[in-house]
Design a protein around this ligand. Structure first.
Ligand SMILES: Cc1cc2nc3c(=O)[nH]c(=O)nc-3n(C[C@H](O)[C@H](O)[C@H](O)COP(=O)(O)OP(=O)(O)OC[C@H]3O[C@@H](n4cnc5c(N)ncnc54)[C@H](O)[C@@H]3O)c2cc1C
Length: 471
C-alpha cells in the first residue's frame, strides 16, 4: 500500500459507466486502479445482467459528453467512428409540450450524440482496457474492509473470500449499491436517503424507419409526459442507422410489453401520429420494459464522521428519473470532480474523498431539483426527506410550459437549463417577468396541429420576444 498518492492503489466497486469514468480519473493520479464488476465484462456492445437499463433509451447531455472528453480526449471521435450520430436536440427533434409544439432552434448547447447505451459503455471500456495502470476484472464485492481503528477503508472483500486491498475505495455499484449496509455493519454511519417516487415505466425498442417516415429535416420526435397525460413518447437517433423508440409513463401508467400495446398506450395522446410511428417502425431489437419508483439520492456528503479513504459516484450517489437524461452526465461530472480533488495542490488520500464528495453534491443538488421539481406535480408523487417546492416554484414551471410554444427565448432558456445543465439560464429577470405576465385564462390547445419546419438560428431571436444572449 502506498504512502503517497503516486504509490497508491484505488479499488472501484462496479465497472459500468460511473466505475469506468472514476477509474479514468483515479488512474491519472494513483499508481494503479482495479475495477471490479460482478459481470464478466464483455468485449462487445451488449446489454449486461448487471446493467439491465442498457436495453432502454439513453440520452447523453452535452455537458456530460464534454466532461467525458476532458477525461478521455478523443472519445467523441471514437464514438462517432463506432457509429454514434451527432444531432441537435432543439433543431432536429420536434417537441410537443403540454401547450403545443416548441419552436425549433439550432442551439450550440443542444448538440448531442445518439447511441445505444451498451455502445457508449463499450467504447469507454475499450479505452480503459488500453490503459496500463487500470485492471478491469470480474469479482462480486461482498463487503468493505476497514482498518483496526475503524477510521479508514482498506479494501473490499469478494464473494468467495478474496480480499482486494487498496488505499482508496470508490463505490460505483449503481442504484442498488450495498455500501450503506456494509458501512453500517462496520460501525460507520450510512447516508440519509432522499426520494421522490412517481412510479414510472419505460418501454424501449430499437428500430429503423423506411425513408420518408420521419418528417423531412427531422431526426426524431418527442412528447414528454405531462401532468394532464402522464404518458410520454420519443423517437431519437441512436447509432448505425438505428433509432430509439421509447414510451414512458408516470403515476403507474406503465407502458405494455408489446408494440401493438405501446401503440394503443399512445392512442390517448393529442395526435395520432405517435401511435402511427410505432406501427411503422421496423424493430431491430426486442421491446423491453423497465419500472422504477423514481429519483433517489444518498447524501454521502452529509455524513458527520465519514469513513476515510472512501467515496461514492454515479447512481450510487443519485439515481434520477431517467426522462431528464442526467445519469451518465452526473457520473461524468463526478469523475471530473474526482480528477480535480485528487489532483489539487496538497491533496492527500485523506482529504480528497471529502472534497470530491462535497464538490459533486452541488451538481447533484441541481440535477435532483430539476428531476424531482418536475415530478412532484404528478398525482400520487411520494416525497421522502425532500421538501415540496413552493407553490411559486411550481407555478413558475407551469408558466414556462405554457409560454414555451410561443416564446423562443423561453424554449432556449429551458433547453439550456435542462439539456445544458445551466441553472442560471432560468434565473433571468426577463424570463421571470414574462412568466408573471402570462395570460391566466387560457387552456392548452386540444389539437396542437403539426410542428413547424422552420429552424431558428442561435441566438438572434427577433420580434416581441427578443432576448440577447448576454441579457
Ligand atoms: C430506464 C432507464 C433509462 C435511463 N436513461 C438515461 C438517459 O437517457 N441518460 C442518462 O444519462 N442516464 C440514463 N439512465 C441512468 C444511467 O443508466 C446511469 O446513470 C448510468 O448507467 C451510470 O450508472 P452507474 O455506472 O452509476 O451504475 P450502473 O450502470 O447501474 O452500474 C452499476 C455496476 O455495478 C456493478 N455492481 C453492482 N454491485 C456490485 C457488487 N457487489 N460487486 C461488483 N459489481 C457490482 C453492476 O454489475 C454494474 O455494472 C437511465 C436509467 C434507466 C434505469
Amino acid at each position: 500500500m502506498g504512502d503517497s498518492m503516486k504509490d497508491s492503489h484505488a479499488v472501484v466497486v462496479g465497472g459500468s459507466i460511473a466505475g469506468l469514468l472514476a477509474a479514468a480519473a483515479a488512474a491519472k493520479h494513483l499508481q494503479r486502479v482495479t475495477v471490479l464488476d460482478r459481470d464478466p465484462l464483455p468485449d462487445e456492445p451488449v446489454v449486461r445482467k448487471g446493467a439491465p437499463q442498457g436495453s432502454q433509451a439513453h440520452v447523453l447531455l452535452p455537458p456530460g459528453e464534454r466532461k467525458i472528453e476532458e477525461l478521455l480526449p478523443g472519445i467523441s471521435d471514437e464514438l462517432i467512428a463506432a457509429g454514434c450520430v451527432r444531432y441537435n436536440h432543439t433543431a432536429d427533434i420536434p417537441t410537443l409540450g403540454s401547450w403545443g409544439w416548441h419552436p425549433r432552434m439550432q442551439l450550440r448547447e443542444t448538440e448531442a450524440l445518439g447511441f445505444r447505451r451498451p455502445l457508449l459503455e463499450h467504447v469507454i471500456r475499450r479505452r480503459l482496457r488500453g490503459q496500463e495502470n487500470v485492471e478491469i476484472r470480474q469479482g462480486t464485492v461482498a463487503g468493505l474492509l476497514a482498518d483496526e481503528a475503524k477510521e479508514n477503508l482498506v479494501g473490499v472483500g469478494l464473494k468467495g473470500g478474496e480480499a482486494v486491498l487498496g488505499d482508496l475505495v470508490i463505490d460505483a455499484g449503481g442504484r442498488g449499491s450495498k455500501s450503506s449496509k456494509w458501512l453500517r455493519s462496520l460501525g460507520f454511519e450510512a447516508p440519509e436517503l432522499v426520494e421522490v417516487r412517481v412510479h414510472l415505466g419505460y418501454a424501449t425498442e430499437f428500430v429503423e424507419f423506411a425513408p420518408g417516415v420521419l418528417g423531412d429535416g427531422t431526426k426524431g420526435i418527442l412528447m414528454p409526459a405531462r401532468v394532464t397525460l402522464p404518458r410520454g413518447f420519443a423517437i431519437l437517433p441512436a447509432d448505425n442507422g438505428v433509432y430509439t423508440l421509447v414510451a414512458n409513463g408516470f403515476s403507474r401508467h406503465y407502458p405494455p410489453r408489446d408494440r401493438e400495446g405501446v401503440a394503443e398506450f399512445l392512442e390517448g395522446a393529442p395526435l395520432p401520429m405517435f401511435a402511427e410511428l410505432v406501427r411503422q417502425a421496423r424493430p431491430v431489437s426486442d421491446l423491453t420494459t423497465y419500472r422504477m419508483p423514481g429519483s433517489m439520492r444518498r447524501v454521502w456528503e452529509g455524513i458527520e464522521s465519514p469513513p476515510g479513504r472512501f467515496c461514492a459516484i454515479g447512481d450510487a450517489v443519485a439515481s434520477l428519473n431517467p426522462v431528464y437524461g442526467q445519469g451518465v452526465t452526473m457520473a461524468a461530472f463526478g469523475a471530473r470532480h474526482l480528477d480535480d480533488a485528487l489532483g489539487a495542490d496538497g491533496a492527500t488520500l485523506d482529504s480528497a474523498p471529502g472534497s470530491f464528495q462535497r464538490a459533486l453534491a452541488g451538481d447533484v443538488d441541481y440535477a435532483f431539483a430539476v428531476s424531482a421539481g418536475g415530478d412532484v406535480r404528478y398525482p400520487g408523487a411520494e416525497l421522502e426527506n425532500f421538501a415540496h417546492p413552493s407553490p411559486e416554484e411550481v407555478e413558475f414551471l407551469n408558466g414556462l410550459e405554457q409560454l414555451a410554444p410561443r416564446d423562443a427565448a423561453i424554449t432556449q432558456a429551458i433547453a439550456e437549463a435542462t439539456f445544458g445543465m445551466r441553472p442560471e439560464a432560468l434565473q433571468d429577470e426577463a424570463i421571470a417577468a414574462r412568466v408573471a405576465a402570462r395570460p391566466r385564462d387560457e387552456q392548452p390547445p386540444v389539437d396542437p396541429g403539426d410542428y413547424s419546419t422552420e429552424v431558428l438560428p442561435e441566438p438572434s431571436l427577433t420580434g416581441p420576444n427578443e432576448r440577447n444572449s448576454d441579457d
